[in-house]
Design a protein around this ligand. Structure first.
Ligand SMILES: [Zn+2]
Length: 181
């Protein structure tokens, strides 16, 4: 698997990082924070591609991979996966980095039951949509243990969410106000 370091490519290209970022972003149709952000530029097998020129040589970068990297996800040596199954999507919230094994597991779990893992961490079992479900249930008076069981996670995972220890930005984005902040 060839995964040239994005930083190296941009460094040796004829563009500065802000120029590259602007060019990349100009080809992404940004939607809502949880929506897919499709790539409008060149594509191959559904995946967006962006060309860089490094001392006269063309180097292709995957658009979603570059988008993930720009958002701070560590992608070097890893695959960048979509939690949304939409290859052209460049919303960093739908992207995570993982190994081939993670990718296979992800596909597997998706086929069998619910939303895949992913979101920014690449390790998390829950996704943004689950957090919406958690808050809806919690506010409706469902016990944390029952929410946990329905999502197939540990009760402590739900406790951490409702106390703002994890997924805080997503929760706050939904209008949740934590007493300690
Ligand atoms: Zn998406």
């Amino acid at each position: 698997m060839k995964t040239a370091r994005i930083a190296d490519i941009i460094e040796s290209s004829n563009e500065t990082l802000p120029e590259f970022t602007a060019r990349l972003m100009s080809r992404i149709t940004k939607g809502g924070r949880d929506e897919c952000w499709p790539w409008t530029g060149e594509q191959r097998r559904g995946y967006g591609r962006i060309t860089c020129f490094c001392s006269g040589k063309r180097r292709m970068l995957s658009a979603h991979r570059a988008a993930a990297w720009l958002s701070g996800i560590a992608v070097d040596g890893l695959l960048v996966m979509h939690s949304c199954d939409n290859p052209s999507c460049c919303n960093p919230k739908h992207l995570s980095a993982g190994t081939d094994a993670d990718n296979a597991r992800d596909r597997d779990s998706r086929g069998r039951n619910r939303q895949p893992s992913g979101e920014m961490s690449g390790k998390s079992v829950l996704c943004n949509k689950d957090i919406v479900v958690v808050w809806h249930a919690y506010r409706g008076g469902v016990r944390q243990a029952d929410i946990a069981r329905s999502l197939g996670v540990d009760p402590g995972t739900i406790g951490a969410i409702v106390h703002g220890k994890t997924w805080r930005r997503v929760s706050e984005g939904m209008g949740v106000v934590f007493s300690d902040g």
